[in-house]
Design a protein. Sequence first.
Length: 211
Amino acid sequence: MHFATRSDRDPATNWSPSREAGLLSRRRIVALALCSQGLMIALAWLGSRAFGLDTVWGHPVRDAGIGLAAAAALAASNYLLIAHAPPGWIASGLRAVFDDVLVPLFGRLDASSVIVLGALAGLSEEWLFRGVVQPLVGLPAASVAFGLVHLGGRVMLPFAIWAMAMGMLLGSLALATGGLIAPIVAHGVYDMLALEYIRRTRPGRRGVHYE
């Protein structure tokens, strides 16, 4: 791998080959994420039509507040697991995914990408899993399915289990509020907080403190 030296840089633009490679990598990541989220939105729309499911959004103000509170609880729980929980299969597995997968993949995102990807993930995944899959197969099965789509091999198993637990909470929010706004807000804001934390963190420097 070639890293730019001082002679590689354009002093007028601060351009360097490594900087350009980082920007290209970020664009590819954002493009892939947007494509996958667009696909899920399309699947949710087609599924709701095919199975005759009415999309119920809920009470905008009340459910947005509930979603924000749930996002804060999820983000705090995730931070405690990654940064403060004693070593264990789940905690150590999540840290490994964080360092080896998430930071290299999403660490170059800019703030606008964090907002856009977080918001679209909340909309696309919640519409599909809580708006289509859950009414068809029930909360437990939909939560398992939600975890499985986050499973990218054995190393990702702790992350998939965390996603299943998230799916149970988000599905419960949909049932409790009678709509999708609460889980969409919870999921979207949680993803924004998680991506921003990833963006500001380097592998092995999570402020880990065991108590």
